[in-house]
Design a protein around this ligand. Sequence first.
Ligand code: KDG
Ligand code: MG
Length: 408
Amino acid sequence: MKITDAKVFVGGPGKNYVTLKIMTDQGVYGLGDATLNNRETLPAAYLKDYLIPNLIGRDPRNSEDIWQFMYRGAYFRRGPIAMAAFGAIDMALWDIKAKLAGMPLYQLFGGKSREGAMVYAHATGANLEGLMDSIAHYVEAGYKAVRVQCGIPGMPAESYGVASAKEDHKHFITDFSGIRPKEEIWDTDRYLNYMPGALAEIRDRFGSELKILHDVHHRLLPREAAEFAKAVEPVKLYWLEDPTPADDQNAIKLIRQHSTVPIAIGEVFNSIWDCQQLIEQELIDYIRVAVTYAGGITHVKRIVDLAGLHHVKTGFHGAPSHSPVSMAAQAHLNAWAPNFGIQEYLVLGTPECDALFPSNHQMINGMVIVSDEPGLGVDFNEEEAQRYSYKPGSHPVVRLEDGTLWNY
Ligand code: KDG
Ligand code: MG
């Protein structure tokens, strides 16, 4: 069996999904997602210029050897661009393998460990009142877990995870007016003064059952994060995400020494080596990697197994930049993983997205029910894809009030 061709498409409804399709001499094809948010053309170029020419003629069933060839063969290892490109190829090869076996992908990992995988939605408000409405919206829709972000009094409205108006419970990261980023202002003191009380009010309003998550989005210094984690301990968060930038992983020790709040980190990690210290030293409770940026199923499965040895559960990244292809790959891992925790879930099933990526994965009452079709269980409509093309866009950047550049 041989790989005969592979194509890369960049575009999508309001997105720049990077979709890979690998064709074989037996008519079976596989799909992968290499969408690296706001840098989409780079993994696409890596795929087109270096990887696809090296795939033609190889046996697609040898996914491990192909993974090692891409990783070890590159010499310059790791990095989100390369790992996103490897990830797409790896997903497509597992898709082909499971289609050949005539089984849903989770069967190749060891079958299902659960019937449905709990997800969390993003509730958001320009202020606390708006956030309360947004949480109520998701609770009524059946979600058991909700991430909560709101505007901070005295801080400019535009901030990570915060809806600028009552935008149907949504917030947007990418600005498609061009590649020059918008700037947002961050004020740590205002955040530290306001957010613990706001979280306590949310807990009071919604009671003890709701799983409440909160994303600090890398904004605090270690001591500030420890203060915050201590202050929010009575709220019993499901998790506190990215309290500090995880470049300095020792910093998490300080937070651990001061608080038992569960910590979730890893959405910007792209290799098991990024995760190793936090997992082995048991400094986190949830690992947030995504199959898209972390080398695909082959590599993420290794991370999940390492995490399992240290009581760390999964909480895969599922921001709206992930296409239904990588979300399907994660749905299969979530169905299998013995140490599954929760899945971030924002593929908001628009008719345009469903037409581009038809699939039978379902979301019922805040749970993803994995498709039983052979392979990843998601298809790609190439005719629909012709409607879309790459749109330049960017993440905002963040500055402190005095102009100092800060962590987005
Ligand atoms: O592209 C950046 C986003 O993926 C990130 O900001 C989303 O923090 C995020 C989250 O938790 O979904
Ligand atoms: Mg996050």
